[in-house]
Write a new protein. Structure first.
Lengths: 453, 90
């Protein structure tokens, strides 16, 4: 069917003026067959497998973006949670393996490789323990490696021993990268109910149910949704949901088309579309500004949760119809440092850590890219993770914590992480201790699936 | 399958835009299927559907358009038609 002049104009406007882009194409690669009793062989296997599968990822994706005129901002790799192939390796060897991953990422030209991960929501193997201990060094001695740890699920409860340990992992990572505003912590996520096919960093990994290699797409477009809403200033909330749905439908269709073309040319199966609205620091490319456009004076004020719930649900509905395979995290991300509206909300005092926590009950993930005062105790960080995990566990959704206790910085200071990671005002944590609870350790039992009020 | 692309040209109205752009297309042996053009408040906008038999020519074509863009202060984009079909048709 012929395409109308106005439709062509709409697409071009979305790309050129409203920052429509495909946020990431992420190739998931299984490393399960890379194990060997000889460590040197493991390193070669891992490097060779990644480079042979993803060697063409960047050039092919760049060619496709040129042909279709829609930018694909990031090309990334996710791998089998690395703890699964560590076996009896030592912490030093694990760090060395992280460097091999970094080299493979550099060779293939991707900006991040995710999956320096462990799933310890019920218990920890020796290899998991090794991995957790190696995370601070792995993140400070590499550039592109991202790490995540699953510490809870709805079916297993929360592993509080692991949560307790992660507080120290984050503190140590912050310390080791203190020369760069503790940026190592920006590459680490603690998860409850993680998904196996998330294409977004820092939490991407190639789960146990996945095949040899797969290509998944993370679409974006807060700018497009914001501009669409601006054209309906008087619409009621039902109509607002409808506008978001229709807009997301179009964005998703574009994303799926490009993702499928890239997958086909790389000869790997297409995995899933992740329908997340992921903001950037570009002008107007902000989730907070969408909430403000719906009718809030400043993000974080009363009504924020309702607006976010409406938006998140509309995004899913529009996207679910546009793509046959929806997966990943699919919803709205609310990272602070990557969203100019969120940053402004914190500076103006309308948005607080408590409100952000509450927002994670209705949006896709969790506390994301939040800079905290550098002297926040490890137990407090663990307690923040525990709170988020509890929200995820009870609500049967993914929640995550990616916080950066910036060494040497205090509440009100500003930190610049640069690039896509953006900048963030430091939020102060509560001065009251959670130490005793964290020291208790053990597991929080899995919740009832009935009697759920 | 036959591939078609959408070429859009936007810029301040001046003599010779259509001529320059279509010359580039002709040099790359690209047939124009449809063409529409309007002038909105001094701004020239043109859209063309062209046949794109050989995608390998794209690089060359974009390079040639870049010259025209600089010379006449225009914005020219070339996109495969599939993306519009995907976005605007169920």
């Amino acid at each position: 069917m012929a395409i109308h002049y106005s439709e062509i104009q709409e697409t071009i406007r979305m790309v050129q003026m409203e920052s429509l882009d495909i946020r990431t194409v992420t190739m998931g690669i299984s490393l399960r067959n890379c194990q060997d009793s000889d460590f040197e062989k493991v390193k070669t296997n891992v490097y060779d497998k990644i480079v042979s599968y993803a060697g063409q990822l960047k050039p092919v994706a760049e060619q496709v973006e040129k042909e279709y005129g829609i930018p694909i901002v990031n090309k990334r790799i996710s791998i089998t949670p690395i703890a699964e192939i560590l076996g009896d390796l030592t912490v030093d060897q694990a760090v060395e393996l992280a460097k091999v991953l970094d080299q493979a990422a550099e060779k293939t030209g991707v900006d991040f490789i995710g999956g320096y991960s462990a799933l310890v929501h019920k218990g920890m193997t020796k290899a998991d323990q090794t991995l957790l201990k190696s995370i601070p060094r792995a993140l400070s001695e590499t550039n592109r490696v991202c790490s995540s740890v699953s510490i809870g699920t709805t079916r297993t409860g929360i592993n509080m021993d692991a949560v307790g340990q992660l507080g120290h992992v984050i503190k140590e990572t912050a310390e080791l990268t203190k020369d760069q505003d503790s940026i190592g912590c920006a590459k680490f996520v603690a998860f409850c109910n993680p998904v196996e096919d998330n294409p977004f960093m820092a939490g991407a990994f190639h789960g146990a149910g996945e095949g040899e290699a797969v290509l998944s797409v993370g679409v974006s477009g807060p700018g497009v949704v914001l501009n669409a809403l601006k054209r309906y200033p008087e619409a009621d909330l039902g109509e607002v949901a409808d506008v978001i749905k229709k807009t997301v439908f179009k964005i998703t269709r574009a994303g799926e088309l490009l993702g499928r073309v890239v997958a086909e040319r790389l000869n790997v199966p297409f995995g899933i579309m992740d329908l997340s609205l992921a903001p950037t620091n570009a002008m107007n490319d902000s989730v907070a500004e969408i909430l403000e456009e719906i009718g809030l004076e400043s993000v974080g004020t009363h009504g924020t949760i309702a607006a976010l719930a409406l938006m998140n649900d509309a995004v899913k509905k529009g996207g679910a119809m546009a793509s046959s395979y929806v997966g990943g995290l699919s919803g709205a991300f609310i990272p602070v440092s990557e969203d100019n509206g969120m940053i402004r909300g914190i500076q103006d005092g309308s948005l607080t850590l408590d409100k952000l926590e509450a927002m994670t009950c209705v949006c896709s993930v969790g506390l994301d890219m939040i800079a905290l005062n550098g002297d926040a105790p490890a137990e407090t960080l663990s307690a923040i993770i525990a709170d988020e995990a509890a929200i995820g566990m009870i609500n049967k959704k993914t929640t995550a914590v990616r916080v950066i206790p910036v060494v040497g910085k205090n509440e009100g200071d500003m930190v610049e992480f640069g690039g896509l990671l953006g900048r963030a005002p430091i939020i102060g944590v509560k001065p009251f201790s959670s130490e005793k609870m964290i020291k208790r350790g053990g597991r929080i039992p899995a919740p009832l699936q009935a009697l759920i009020n | 399958m036959q591939k078609r692309a959408v070429v859009t040209v936007v810029g301040k109205d001046q003599v010779g835009i259509i001529s320059k752009v279509t010359t580039v297309l002709a040099e790359h042996k690209m047939n124009i299927h449809d063409i529409s053009q309007t002038i909105l408040q001094d701004y020239f906008t043109m859209m063309m559907i062209v046949e794109m038999e050989n995608k390998d020519l794209l690089e060359d074509l974009l390079g040639a358009f870049e010259q025209v863009e600089d010379e006449m202060n225009l914005t020219i984009s070339v996109q495969l038609e599939d993306v519009f079909q995907a976005m605007h048709r169920i």
